[in-house]
Design a protein around this ligand. Structure first.
Ligand code: SAM
Length: 265
């Protein structure tokens, strides 16, 4: 069964509001970073790829020159329109963008050689349902890549970390910990072929703008207060450091390349 209508509405409201800010403040999507992600799945010229919850299509458009055809799918219409605008600017004809829910992908089994999803599991009430769908539409010899923030392991830090994330962006459900990711992969008989966790340092103010929350907002002040209160003892796991009128914060970005186990159910 797909996600609740209520959560689907929250997602679409948040990402319709922030399509422009989201596309503009994307320091994590430099050409170099995208190239690393694309290289990891070793796309081949005859292959078909799918990026789930593709947002403005950045990864799809980085993949397209390396495959026969690249598809993206997302729930939010405004994101898909932005993705198609970027596609036209890039003059790429071998890509397209569909509307749909990651938990119920509208594709037959074993349709794609490469299936990716970046920075979306933390918006999903049931990430396992989405990953099961990704594995279903991947060919048996295909590759599945998941990229997302990795939350701190300690229960107290994990709780506060996600409270701050949810206050900033109401469509955030929960960032998973490394142990949660690994248990989810194992439960779906997906073997981790490669795993990388990177420290990503960013500006707190830019991170807030990306979620559509400028410093004039009440919500900005609340999140800023929570973040500052977490400095002593790093109680939320963001390692915040004052930096002029801003804070420097850290996310841990996990990148997992998965293969379907032989004899998987
Ligand atoms: C943080 S953005 C990431 C977008 C893109 N993957 C990127 O890295 O730029 C999250 C995106 O996930 C989409 N999304 C959230 N839940 C979804 C779901 N269940 N099915 C499809 N798209 C979803 C939102 O519409 C939004 O575009």
């Amino acid at each position: 069964m797909s996600m609740s209508k209520k959560h689907s509405d929250i997602i679409q409201k948040q990402f319709t509001k922030t399509t422009e800010a989201f596309s503009e403040f994307a320091p994590r999507d430099t050409a170099e970073m995208l190239a690393v992600r694309v290289d990891l799945v070793k796309p081949q010229p005859h292959e078909l790829s799918l990026d789930v919850a593709c947002g403005p299509g950045t990864l799809v458009l980085a993949m397209a020159p390396r495959v026969l055809f690249a598809r993206g799918i997302d729930l939010t219409r405004a994101m898909l329109l932005q993705a198609r605008r970027f596609q036209a600017q890039a003059n790429l004809v071998n890509a397209c963008f569909d509307r749909g829910d990651a938990e119920q992908l509208p594709y037959p089994d074993a349709s794609f050689h490469v299936v990716t999803c970046q920075f979306c599991f933390h918006h999903m009430p049931k990430p396992t349902a989405a990953l099961r769908e990704m594995a279903r539409v991947a060919r048996p010899e295909g590759r599945v890549m998941v990229i997302d923030s990795v939350a701190p392991e300690s229960d107290e830090k994990w709780e506060l970390h996600n409270q701050i994330e949810r206050k900033r962006d109401p469509s955030h459900t929960a960032s998973l910990r490394l142990t949660d990711f690994l248990a989810m992969f194992e439960g779906l008989s997906l073997r981790v072929a490669r795993q990388r966790i990177r420290r990503q340092t960013r500006s707190f103010n830019q991170w807030m703008l990306r979620a559509g929350v400028p410093s004039s907002h009440e919500r900005y002040r609340e999140v800023c207060r929570m973040m500052e209160e977490s400095i002593a003892g790093d109680t939320a796991g963001f390692s915040p450091q004052p930096n002029g009128g801003d804070l420097t914060i850290v996310h841990h970005e996990g990148m997992f390349l998965l293969a379907r186990e032989e004899n998987s159910p």
